[in-house]
Write a protein that binds this ligand. Sequence first.
Ligand code: TRP
Length: 541
Amino acid sequence: MTGDDPLEESESGESTTDGGDGNAAPQSELRPDGGAAGADDVALDPWGSSSVSDYRKLFEEFGIEEFDEVLEEVPNPHYLMRRGVIFGHRDYRPVAEALQNDEPAAVLSGFMPTGDPHIGHKLVFDEIIWHQQQGADAYGLIADLEANSARGMSWEEIDEHARDYLLSLLALGFDPEEGELYRQSENRELQDLAFELGADANFSEFQAIYGFDGETDVSHMQSVVTQMADILYPQLEEPKPTVIPVGPDQDPHVRLARDLAERMRFFKVTEAYASFELEDEERALVAEFYERLEPEEFDDDTLRCVHVAEALEETPLSELEVDASVLDSVLTKLEEGGMEPIRPRTRFFDRRATEEAFDALVETIDGEKRVYESHVDAFDLDRAAAEELAREIEVDNGGYGFQPPSSIYHRFMTGLTGGKMSSSIPASHISLLDDPEDGYDKVKAASTGGRETAEEHREKGGKADECPVYELYAYLLAGDDDEFAKRVYDECTSGERLCGDCKEQAAQLMREFLEEHQEKREEVEELLAETDIELESPRRR
Ligand code: TRP
């Protein structure tokens, strides 16, 4: 423990506030958004160093959406959601809606048992548990195949750590009777699904997504299809909105899983205006002119392909907001369509349906329809109804009907010493198994967003947004008490709260949390023994 922090003796007013062991990161590298110090540029690499220097780039470059944008639709949002710790999502809306309407939904996340579970993993435990409490089917899995293949962990080490993750998950409130716990290596259904998904993924794709090359071993690749299967596993019995809470480093996996889910579908539903296919931009043009032109203005009250072509040709390119090449190609298609009427319709493409499924679809479509070799056009069915029908037919005919899985992303915690929080740097993180006194000491030794001197701190206020200790309050120590979190923030930034007292309070809370958590871990030993998850792998190499 260090006592050399001037702010810890309130008025002394000299030297640094950063205390610690002199390994504090330069504050200038810390980001106001709570990102990690000295982080590299944004690269989402599931097996690389997981730090993100600029969360905004994740929105711009990777298409992750801001969580705030769906927050209002979430019933009793968790404090991690309210405080922006969960900062991003992909397609979370269907999950939020399902929770709101008490419809089926699922949550699943996985843990690589490579070390002790720490307070960063607690975020994910909490996310799973919260979704379970909101009514979702909950799954927690031990990614032992991945730990063995991608990290070279022995099965003995894996067993030890797996047990620790599971105990913490249960101690924090996961209900194993309602939810399911499994390890990848012991789940036969999962392996079968992985095998099936593997038939739809190939090496070039893995190369592009994960940077795999000729040296990458095959088991590592197998662990990827296994994770794809993990992500879709909750939908094996029936399709349902499923959320995968993870750090943003896992986003490549989420994107691939969303892709594969789509590739497994029997039918693809699109909108069309005539018998031929249009690209998205072309379709938008035709849609616009379909709205704009009055059929009565044409010969037999019918708007035909040639009419749209003519109208398009009369419109200056600058008004159309597309490239000349798009215009060219849509004109060619429309001219070839000639006198064919333009009529909006919903199209079902046969992607991989069985013959029976295709026939069943044709049979079930109400109203006017036209059947082609590998698609059906329905004229009295809107897009949403068509999607629903396609899924129903698929499921009735032995398909999965997967919904694209959703994800939510939490911020990485800043390490206590300022850099990134890493399981390989003990002082940077607090393990859920740390002796409570060590937890206390680590917080006392943490770097802070305090000013050089107490005087300056009082005058300018502390930099709570750049402070690992404030993060501890916001992410963990304040629990559900928003008022408390806000008070700490306000008192800090107004200069009232000095780092010494603040750390003392945080350190005590951390000690209490660890004591309590570890007691609960002992209590749930029995619960764990009662679950059917395998705790000792028969594998030994
Ligand atoms: N790859 C994840 C990690 O590195 C672990 C994992 C395996 C996982 N399967 C998953 C996470 C499914 C979320 C969903 O920690």
